[in-house]
Design a protein around this ligand. Structure first.
Ligand code: C2E
Ligand code: MG
Ligand code: MG
Length: 589
């Protein structure tokens, strides 16, 4: 019942006695919107068309009685209030009608004041009923919304709106049960976007989030209704293919995933390409339970990532052995610093013409108590993943500076020592301050330190990079770009950077004499570097032929086994003491 002032409550008067109806209509027509019916049957027809706030009904009307009418009224119009009109003789019946759901009764002959009061009470009741219903509806709606919200939070990933781990595991458990009965396989595909970390590091987390959202939409497009794609956080998605027949079905889906990721992603004004690594496990072959299927697909994913990304791998039983070996390695790496298990080897860098040593590069090794001397390639990636690279890197820096100062104090040739700085170290807020502090501690002048940064870590976050590098260079520290040619440098950006040299990656040097493309590339790098007034160092020079080529291409310095392998401190001391060209057979020009 509307409560605005213009609204007239609607009343239906039902009585087979014309006179009674007239009396009642006379009383109420001015105040209320009144309709009438001369029998219960006629009233039902009216009620089917229209709704009323109040129904005033006689009890005995020849055909259907008022008593029988009450439940019909309520089923047609649940909020209508019914008032019975009763003669003196059938008060019992009126009371019975109230039991059946009527609200009150008025007696004939009418006392107008009583009738008006009863109608007013009944209409108040009508309002009350309506309010109660509205309140209940609102409460129910609120409750539904809250439940949906809680469900969303508990079962869906907020960034991508995909099912989360909980919902995925739930569905996988069901799928496994069904597949067991149907004697079918279930495939679990653990998927990681290869580029997310790079995007987060270089373009920021907002761009990373955008990449994941777009990838989620594309992945959803790769599956049918019965499959589930979920997000497990970070760069990880998991896909479940229930009731598949053959392993090949899973491979087909991997191809589809690779295809859908193929078109470029637009993140703001940036356009980039993304690929995925996928690890696959099957029920029942690789596990009977949800947790082991997910864990094994994860182990397979780790192998896929290890092989360079954009690959898929099936789970194999020996993956666990490898995973636990990795875990063991991580644990012992954590103790390696305290146990003083790291040491540095140094590799000479020589001028290309005179072959005189012009610098050294510090290269870390891990003297593992059981595994022996572990090369950096076997533990630096793990150290980067776990963050242990920060304390390790700081130790390397400190040790290299300390050793260089020691050599100088011994009266050996004074030269620059290069230290490799990983991307993670470079992102540290106070790198420049840390470097200055370490130099001071070691009492080494900044011009005897060179920092080797990889292309990708320099290319991320342009403005911050320029600021840190400028600070370092102003203080006298040299900067070189390591493994140059393997990243994606923007030339205009390179020009703005305060760097001193480029180290051409050994992959280009390797084929230099045999692959014209590599020769052309090195030539381009040298001429670019010289235009920008940068020195060019070729890494991994192993043959005389390579040296000859590099001389032709006007490279400035070289480093490689042809001259010397990285050597322990004593080996370097001997070389420095000898102070002569290191490779006698190559005639210095
Ligand atoms: P890098 O900085 O490019 O160092 C050059 C690598 O090439 C060294 O490998 C060196 O031994 C090797 N090499 C030198 N000459 C030749 C050659 O003629 N032929 C071949 N095939 N290889 C040659 P190493 O010592 O195993 O280090 C590998 C990488 O590990 C380094 O590459 C560097 O990226 C990283 N690394 C080493 N020490 C550190 C460190 O203290 N901190 C960080 N963050 N990374 C380090
Ligand atoms: Mg290096
Ligand atoms: Mg290098």
């Amino acid at each position: 019942m509307k409560q605005d002032t213009m609204y007239k409550p609607r009343i239906l008067v039902i009585d087979d006695d014309d006179q009674v109806r007239r009396v009642l209509l006379d009383i109420f027509s001015g105040v209320y919107d009144c309709s009438e019916a001369s029998s219960a049957e006629a009233a039902l027809k009216v009620l089917a068309q229209d709704s009323f706030d109040l129904v005033l009904s006689d009890i005995n009307m020849g055909g259907m009685s008022g008593l029988e009418l009450v439940p019909h009224v309520h089923s047609l119009s649940p909020d209508s209030v019914v008032l019975m009109i009763s003669g003196q003789s059938n008060i019992e019946t009126a009371i019975e009608a109230m039991r059946a759901g009527a609200f009150d009764y008025i007696m004939k002959p009418f006392d107008i004041r009583h009738v008006e009061a009863a109608v007013e009470r009944a209409l108040k009741q009508r309002l009350l009923l309506e309010e109660k219903r509205r309140y209940k509806d609102e409460l129910e709606k609120l409750l539904q919304e809250r439940t949906a919200q809680v469900d969303r939070l508990a079962y869906y990933d907020t960034l991508t709106s995909l099912p989360n781990r909980t919902l995925f595991e739930d569905r996988l458990t069901q799928a496994v049960a069904l597949a067991q009965r149907a004697n079918k396989k279930v495939a679990v595909l653990f998927i990681a976007l290869d580029q997310l970390k790079k995007v987060n590091d270089s373009l920021g987390h907002l761009a990373g989030d955008q990449l994941m959202q777009e990838a989620a939409v594309r992945l959803r497009g790769c599956v049918t209704k019965s499959d589930t794609v979920a997000r497990f956080g970070g760069d990880q998605f998991v896909l479940m293919l229930p009731e598949i027949e053959r392993t090949k079905d899973a491979v087909d889906v991997v191809s589809l995933i690779q295809e859908t990721l193929n078109p470029s992603f637009k993140l703001g004004r940036q356009e980039l390409f993304a690929t995925a690594s996928v690890g696959i496990s099957f029920f029942p072959d690789d596990g009977k339970e949800t947790s082991s299927l997910v864990k094994n697909a994860g182990a397979a994913l780790y192998r896929a990532k290890k092989s360079g990304g954009n690959e898929y791998r099936f789970y194999t039983a020996d993956m666990h052995a490898k995973a636990s070996k990795r875990f063991e390695l991580e644990t012992s790496l954590r103790h390696a610093i305290d146990n003083r298990e790291f040491l540095l080897h140094y590799q000479p860098r020589v001028a290309i013409d005179s072959l005189q040593i012009v610098g050294l590069e510090a290269l870390v090794r891990w003297q593992h108590p059981k595994l022996g001397l572990v090369p950096p390639g076997d533990f630096i990636p793990l150290a980067e993943e776990t963050g242990l690279i920060l304390p390790i890197g700081e130790w390397v820096l400190r040790e290299a500076c300390r050793q260089n100062c020691k050599w100088q104090n011994k009266g050996l040739a004074r030269m620059r020592v290069g230290v490799n700085i990983s991307a993670r170290q470079f992102q540290q807020q106070h790198l420049a301050d840390t470097v200055m502090m370490i130099l001071e501690e070691a009492e080494l002048a900044p011009e005897f330190l060179e920092l080797e940064l990889t292309e990708s870590s320099i290319m991320s976050n342009a403005e911050a990079t320029i600021e840190v590098l400028t600070k370092l260079q102003t203080s006298g520290v040299s900067i070189s770009v390591d493994d140059f040619g393997t990243g994606f440098s923007s030339l205009s950006y390179l020009k703005r950077l305060p760097i001193d040299s480029l180290k051409v990656d050994q992959s280009f040097v390797r084929e230099l004499a045999t692959d014209p493309d590599d020769a052309a590339l090195v030539m381009a790098i040298v001429s670019l570097a010289h235009t920008l007034r940068l020195r060019v160092v070729a890494e991994g020079v192993e043959t005389e032929e390579q040296l000859r080529f590099l001389r032709l291409l006007r490279c400035d310095e070289i480093q490689g086994y042809l001259i010397s392998k990285p050597l322990p401190v004593e080996g370097i001391e001997q070389l420095l003491a000898a102070q002569r060209p290191l490779f006698h057979d190559a005639i210095p020009v």
